[in-house]
Design a protein around this ligand. Structure first.
Ligand SMILES: [Zn+2]
Length: 113
């Protein structure tokens, strides 16, 4: 876990556990997968306020449990929210995911980079 954080890849796609160096790369990834027909990724790539319910639904599926909205580290802004922190490796691993197989999947994702 510590080793992962030190790679400089601080953001993670909760849909497939790919790692990214910045949140925009993570969004592009989600939108690209979404365009190719993956509904969970599509939802994760939504950043407008009006799409928040869909984002939350997909985020819950991706991380594997019904996280409370208030437990998410959401930023505020006019017309949109910043979800950057919801994709930080630290948040996803420390607060959301405690499953062994997911940690293993992450290691595989790191090896592929
Ligand atoms: Zn992904």
């Amino acid at each position: 876990m510590q080793a992962l954080v030190k790679t400089g890849l601080d953001y993670i796609c909760p849909g497939c556990f790919k790692l990214f160096s910045d949140p925009n790369a993570c969004y592009s990834h989600c939108r690209k997968e979404g365009d190719e027909g993956d509904d969970i990724h599509k939802g994760l790539g939504l950043i407008t306020k009006k799409d928040f319910p869909k984002f939350l639904r997909c985020y819950r599926v991706a991380i594997g449990f019904q996280i409370e909205e208030r437990a998410l580290p959401l930023g505020e802004g006019p017309g949109r929210r910043s979800y950057h922190e919801c994709f930080s490796v630290e948040f996803v691993l420390n607060n959301c995911v405690a499953k062994r197989e997911i940690i293993d999947a992450m290691r595989l994702a790191v090896i592929k980079i």
